[in-house]
Design a binder for this molecule. Structure first.
Ligand SMILES: [Zn+2]
Ligand SMILES: [Zn+2]
Length: 109
C-alpha cells in the first residue's frame, strides 16, 4: 500500500518535471522564432553596420534585406561586397555609380 503511494507520487513528480520541461522548451522555441522575425524585419542594417566586429559571425547567406531598397534579396540577385554586406546587384550597381563605398559600413570599395 505504502509502496503504491510512493510509486504514484514519484510518477506524478516525474510527469510534472516533463510537463515543465516541455513548456520551457516551447517557450524557448517561440522566442527563437520571434528573434528571427525581428531580424528579418529590417534590424539587420543596424546590427551589421555599427562598429567593426559586430558582424564577425555574419553569414553572407543570411536573410538580411538589401539596405538600399529594404527588400529581401533572392540568391540569384545577391551581390556581396568585400565587407560581407549583401545587396541586390542592380541596387549596388546603381549606388556605386555615385559613391564608391559600402552603403552599410562606408568601407571604400
Ligand atoms: Zn535592393
Ligand atoms: Zn559594408
Amino acid at each position: 500500500m505504502l509502496g503504491q503511494m510512493v510509486f504514484a507520487s514519484t510518477a506524478l513528480g516525474l510527469f510534472t518535471v516533463v510537463a515543465i520541461g516541455v513548456m520551457v522548451y516551447m517557450n524557448y522555441q517561440q522566442q527563437q522564432q520571434q528573434t528571427q522575425q525581428t531580424r528579418a524585419g529590417g534590424l539587420g542594417r543596424r546590427r551589421y553596420c555599427v562598429g567593426s566586429d559586430e558582424w564577425k559571425g555574419y553569414d553572407p547567406l543570411d536573410s538580411a534585406p538589401c539596405s538600399i531598397c529594404q527588400d529581401e534579396i533572392g540568391e540569384s540577385q545577391r551581390y556581396t561586397l568585400s565587407c560581407k554586406h549583401s545587396f541586390h546587384s542592380e541596387c549596388i550597381m546603381a549606388w556605386i555609380r555615385n559613391k564608391l563605398e559600402c552603403p552599410n559600413c562606408r568601407k571604400a570599395l
